[in-house]
Design a protein. Sequence first.
Length: 383
Amino acid sequence: MTNLAQPIYLDHNATTPPLPEVVEAVCETLRTAYGNPSSGHRQGEPARRLLQRARETLQSCLDTSDDQFVFTGSGTEANNLALRSLARHGSCIITSTIEHSSILSSATRLQAEGTAIEIIAVTEEGEVDLHALRQQLSTHHHAAVSIQWINNETGVIQPIREITALAREYGALVHIDAAQAIGKIDTAVEALAPDFLSLTAHKFNGPAGVGVLYAKQPELIDPLCVGGGQQSGWHAGTENTAGIAGLQCALELRYSELHEAIAHMAKLRGTFEQTVLDLCPWVRINGLKDRRVCNTSNMCFEGIEGQALVGRLDAQGIYCSQSSACTTGRPEPSHVLRAMGLSEAQAYASVRFSFGVTNTQEEAELAGTVVATEAEYLKRIFT
């Protein structure tokens, strides 16, 4: 085992490295627009203008005719705010077994407080069961639906337009967790017309610590934070202007070359997968083959311990993960893979690799070769 000359970071679904332009935007804001945007004096004006520009950028990039955006401290916070608001206005919240932990944990808490929660199954390929969704919608009138557009572990793209249309057919509210979708697929919000949509900057080379909740009807928001008049009372607390500046910069950079970025990540993922599968034909990919996001590969190395593979790759400078960064460290296998029908052993044998715009073709080829070599080694050890 030898260390690579340079580390290869393949965990972009967990977080992405901020681009140099983003770092500069954050630093410049801290230097010049440090005033409180709620202040009436002159120093608050640059911060107020910055927030307005960020809203305009969100509006443009997400293709929506309004700028009803609430800045939060993370995507998790945006998801919690969305679910709390759905609970207040829907008779029941319908979600799926493969949602992000911020949705499932929030649903569990709301259920303990008296909110009706229904969790529907998914297919073996990781797609939401539309028949089960229709059944629940027909049972619970004026319900609410919360679905993750792209799964963070498998990269499976949900049929979000069909899901939204089905929910509308029954008069249900809709929340879309778009954290993994922004900057990786076409995300025209106007065409979907969800009631809520959440995202977070650090998934597309922006800074951590800033999320966004789009609200078609802001009056539906049930605030998590109160005590100030910021953001029209929808989310109290002084805005993280530096983080929001980084968010705006990252959005502008990604959407100025969106199709090129998608093609680049897809090529890297394709090269990597082909290299691994050519050398290890016994490895299989978890999730829909033709409906996965451009950058994500979740592979089952059946017969070996996935954590052992992650550890050996880490020692060589290839950074990947077994599941969501929000659940790593728990002894349980991935709830997403188990919900898709994988056995406990298969789930433990699975590893997620996620590419980003900063990766190169050379890295994809090299990583594929090293992963295959280490997998073959471990297979001999474990068998």
